[in-house]
Design a protein around this ligand. Sequence first.
Ligand code: ADP
Ligand code: MG
Length: 138
Amino acid sequence: MEKTFVMLKSDGLQRGLLGNVLSRIESKGYSILALKVQNMTLEQLEKHYDGHQDKPYFPNLVEYLTSGPVVHMVIGGENVVAGMRKMSGATDPAKADLGTVRGDLAQDMTKNLIHTSDSLENAAREIALYLTPEEIIE
Ligand code: ADP
Ligand code: MG
């Protein structure tokens, strides 16, 4: 089964939207293989967003993602990497289609509520950043 990494960003828990997002994932029929509430460290953020450190929005992104706990998830399913990207919607919530998580539930380009891996390779890399193999159901 293909696996991807999904993160409900800090405003998700703050706004009480974990249930809404999980409900979409469950309704689609994907499997929840790991679920972990965690505070992000700067070190994790720099590794995760490698390539974004020089961008003007990076300080805001760090402030946002360290403002409270996030929820890390490993989600399994057929073509789940592409499927979860589609479910999340475009990076800018103002441009994301209605029916997507960002299109329905977010407004702000930085506070766009959800992260989903963009490739199988990045999914494996990101899963390893936050979860041990023992924490993931096989
Ligand atoms: P995605 O999360 O859709 O893969 P990117 O990899 O391009 O998007 O960017 C990573 C994250 O950085 C975004 O989800 C968003 O939180 C933030 N971000 C990206 N571009 C901008 C921007 N122009 N202004 C503010 N925040 C941004
Ligand atoms: Mg990205």
